[in-house]
Design a binder for this molecule. Structure first.
Ligand SMILES: Cc1cc2nc3c(=O)[nH]c(=O)nc-3n(C[C@H](O)[C@H](O)[C@H](O)COP(=O)(O)O)c2cc1C
Length: 309
């Protein structure tokens, strides 16, 4: 029975062999983790953000501990597009899991530059678009907070990817008034799927020093603390659009992952949990198979329909 279970997930024209991925920014480009888990067994590897230019990221301290989570203000630290292609892509190309490149920038032109260049490179399964970045040319407001901007950007990018058939996954921020309006805008712009959610804005203050712990003041909260927010977002968003939703935020074990599937997710990603237990995603994969075998569920895509009202 276990062997006959269908774990595949369809994201546009891309078929993932299983629904478990690792989240952008928590897995680098896969190199460091190679000794800690079988990277090829994952359904998908979402890379750290890639921007046109090399970026050092934000000033330190850029990590802070929080109850049931962590706060980061890494920024978009990455080697830049040329170095990514030269030094990171060759190893990524050898992976047997789907390599999804997380794309970021300070303005729409940055995203376009990355996608246009990567479209010429082999070994990439698709793109995840991080729209939580501040749009420097538009006064610093996060790109992902305005439905019109999100629809336009998604269309500009999807127009440039359809030839290769690589799916565009738009990654939604929970730091908005109406996440469903943003989700619908991304779908209208041609997104093949959505990932849901990025980090929540948070702040930790050192009371002895009387100043924020992070040099940037605030940062992004991740880990189990945000899981109920992520599950609620996936529940709402998956009912607002007809494209697949990839759930993430605070997943640490199979039950956490099942919450996301029952809420409506087609696939999931594991992020912060990797820092303490790198084996988590593959344990979840085994756990999902066991749950499905025990409950006579033949396809992972059947799970979202099983939530009782
Ligand atoms: C240290 C760190 C760096 C991150 N960098 C990125 C990034 O470059 N691009 C992105 O889209 N998300 C980034 N994220 C967000 C994660 O991919 C994920 O959406 C978030 O952490 C929630 O999942 P989790 O609670 O399982 O970590 C980062 C998260 C952390 C903790």
């Amino acid at each position: 029975m276990n062997e006959n279970i269908d774990m595949t997930v369809q994201l546009g024209r891309l078929t993932l062999k299983n629904p478990v991925g690792v989240a952008s920014g928590t897995f680098g480009y896969g190199e460091e983790y190679s000794a800690l888990l079988d990277v090829d067994a994952l359904g998908a590897l979402y890379t750290k953000a890639v921007t046109p230019e090399v970026r050092a990221g934000n000033q330190s301290p850029r990590l802070a501990d929080t109850p049931a989570g962590m706060l980061n203000s890494i920024g978009l630290a990455n080697p830049g597009l040329d170095s990514f292609i030269q030094h990171k892509l060759p190893l990524l190309r050898q992976r047997k899991c789907a390599v999804m490149v997380n794309v970021a920038g300070c303005c729409p032109e940055d995203y376009i530059a990355v996608i246009e260049r990567l479209e010429q490179e082999a070994g990439i399964a698709g793109y995840e678009i991080n729209i939580s970045c501040p749009n420097v040319k538009a006064g610093g407001m996060a790109l992902g907070t305005d439905p019109a901007v999100v629809e336009r950007l998604t269309r500009q990018l999807s127009d440039r990817t359809t030839a290769g058939g690589r799916p565009l996954v738009v990654k939604l921020s929970p730091n908005v008034t109406d996440i469903c309006a943003i989700a619908r805008a991304a779908e209208a712009g041609g997104a093949a799927a959505l990932s849901c959610i990025n980090t929540l804005v948070g702040m930790v203050i050192d009371v002895k020093q009387r100043r924020p712990v992070l040099a940037m003041g605030s940062g992004g909260l991740s880990g189990p603390a945000i899981r109920p927010v992520g599950v609620a977002c996936v529940y709402k968003v998956s009912r607002a659009v007809s494209i697949p939703v990839i759930g993430l935020g605070g997943i640490t074990n199979t039950d956490d992952a099942l919450q996301y599937f029952l809420a409506g997710a087609a696939a999931i990603q594991v992020g912060t949990a990797l820092f303490t237990r790198p084996e988590t995603p593959l344990e979840i994969l085994t756990g999902l198979r066991a749950f499905m075998a025990d409950n006579a569920i033949a396809k992972i895509s059947d799970l979202p329909g099983l939530l009782q009202s």
